[in-house]
Write a protein that binds this ligand. Sequence first.
Ligand code: SF4
Length: 460
Amino acid sequence: MGVGPREGDNRYSKTFFPLERLKMRYCSGETMDLLQKLEILADAAKYDASCASSGAARKDSRGSPGVGSTGGAGICHSYAPDGRCISLLKVLMTNACLYDCHYCINRRSSNVQRARFTPEEVVRLTLDFYKRNYIEGLFLSSGIVRSADHTMEMVIEVGRKLREEHHFRGYIHLKTIPEASPELIERAGRYADRISINIELPTQQGLTKLAPEKNLERTQKAMGHIRGKIEERHAEQRKPNAPKPPPFATGQSTQMLVGADDSTDAVILRQADSLYSDYRLRRVYYSGFSPIPEPSSLLPIRPPPLVREHRLYQADWLLRFYGFEVDEIASDSAPNLDLQLDPKLAWALGHRGLFPADVNKAPREMLLRVPGLGVRNVDRILGARRHTRLRLADLVRLRVPMKKVLPFIIAGDHSPTRLGLDDEALRARFLPPLKQVELDFGVPTQNGTMDIESVRSGEL
Ligand code: SF4
């Protein structure tokens, strides 16, 4: 359930918990063995992007037996710019696998050191780390050993022990295996806040080539089953005076690899869009493929530019929160996103006839399409213009990024004709500097600067 390391990608050099400090504690012979497994299995798990604790119902252990309250006590969730949650114990049960997905470092034919936890060991580590405040929860995935059902049973056993024996009320995200029986996937959902199944590649053609044991239809069927269970539980909860239904995960997510096959951004985004609408996924995570040791000849030699992953996240945001359709962002005639400009800006430059938009009159849907205006800013503008006619100074006070917005809006004291909306040099004005830059998260940009703030806040 993972992909290979990206050489030189500093994001992956960060550990998700203070391993060095743990060495001080786990130094006896027996526990050192556990630590070695942890080093291998945490390392093997860190390439999976599909973990996030957003959207889970908060639990509170105050006044009841158990540990792991996520309500009240100042617990917050941190995310890397690409959406990875950084406060979970993120491990595999095992990095041994029966499957041979070409892009995966844990594949059957990979020459890596293997390790395997018992469910008791994962439970012990989770509780121990949680009580030391290193983590807020667990993200558990696994290579497939013996059979999909056997592997799922091991994963479920961890969830069961944590919830039923130790009354753990922290966050649990379990990765499920589409080939496992629906009853087992259902049982996993009972203990998890979030469950996910990695779709890996957007087309069956890509899977047949690079992950021959995987099947898109089977994965979608399993997602449909999970969606059904989530909705069933919601319906039960809404019934007046009905007893509380048994717990079930509040959402599901998935991960798609980018650049391992020749799928275009349009194909990737269409698949993501249909996953959101057909299976009500909370998130689709995009993970840039990275070359792995002893790679298969079917894989590309070079990874895609990191900025492609970033642009896909931005486009994903436009689909979910800004009212864009896939074909407006990436179509058959222009199947890949512009790597130099964010997709909303690229769209606006291609549709200049629709601008400028009057911030005092334009409907919400139009304001959402103005480059630089995020959902939060649009709502602030709509609120503020009820009381006053907005001028540029008001937008500055609302912290609107003026340089980006100015050519596309009309305000009380501003008309962009002076700024030259029709000017062919307008695109050039927004192009990033050619220099390669290291940003605070250590994400090197190969095609200019990444707008880290826009990804964090979702403001585009
Ligand atoms: S199923 Fe495929 S992607 Fe998952 S661990 Fe095994 S080889 Fe890797």
